[in-house]
Design a protein around this ligand. Structure first.
Ligand code: E4P
Length: 222
């Protein structure tokens, strides 16, 4: 399972890259706005900076909601860097745009997916990635993980090449459940990735190892 980081924050992207487990980045307009990135030139410069930090795919979302606008924006984004994946919302025009990009060999990420039917359409249109939002479903009392299971099952049954990119991940248990479900990619905040490191028995065990080592070393020199 690939690990993407779900942020436009360059320091967090660098930290995840330095950890050695990062396979890509996803951004969205809210995440870009959070970093204060606005205006065409700044947005483009920021995507290029992200591409310099990581080796894998970097999702850059279109703002247009009509087919022509999505195509115009997506082609411009895709031309920026080979790592750019055009992120397109799950709408009628979005599906048409994904089909258009797929025919042109441009990588796409179909975002804002909340049902198996939407995921089926995204795969049929040739999306490179589909992004089901786990956390936002959990927030409205639906089981986000059940959606991941359903999409993985449908894609495996029919051999769709579209990769399941589990999004809106809120905590480490989501990551483990995605791995169990067979998601291809999980995109998550840095805090969820680093939370995977933690276990109290690791801390207790390491403390004991170091204490025993220090005792033995002290005995040796006494
Ligand atoms: C990523 O592609 C999505 O935009 C993101 O995971 C949404 O996460 P949120 O529900 O925490 O905003």
């Amino acid at each position: 399972m690939k690990f993407f980081i779900d942020t436009a924050n360059l320091d967090q992207i660098k930290e995840a890259q330095d950890l050695g487990v990062l396979d890509g980045v996803t951004t969205n307009p809210s995440l870009m706005a959070k970093e204060g990135i606005a205006g065409d030139e700044n947005v483009i410069a920021h995507y290029l900076k992200i591409c310099e930090i990581v080796d894998g795919d970097v999702s850059a979302e279109v703002i247009s909601t009509d087919f022509d606008g999505m195509v115009r924006e997506g082609e411009k984004l895709a031309a920026l860097h080979p790592q750019i994946t055009v992120k397109v919302p799950m709408t009628k025009d979005g599906i048409k745009a994904i089909k258009y990009f797929s025919n042109k060999g441009i990588k796409t990420n179909c975002t804002l997916v909340f049902s198996p039917g939407q995921a089926l359409l995204a795969a049929k249109a040739g999306a490179t990635y589909v992004s089901p939002f786990i956390g936002r479903l959990d927030d409205v009392s639906f089981d986000g993980m059940e959606l991941i299971d359903q999409i993985v099952h449908i894609y495996q049954t029919y051999g769709f090449a579209t990769q399941v990119l589990a999004a809106s991940v809120r905590h480490p248990v989501h990551i483990i459940k995605c791995a169990e479900a067979g998601a291809d990619v999980v995109t998550c905040p840095l805090s969820a990735i680093t939370a995977l490191l933690n276990h109290p028995l690791t801390d207790i065990g390491l403390k004991k190892f170091l204490e025993d080592h220090a005792k033995a070393a002290a005995k040796q020199t006494a």
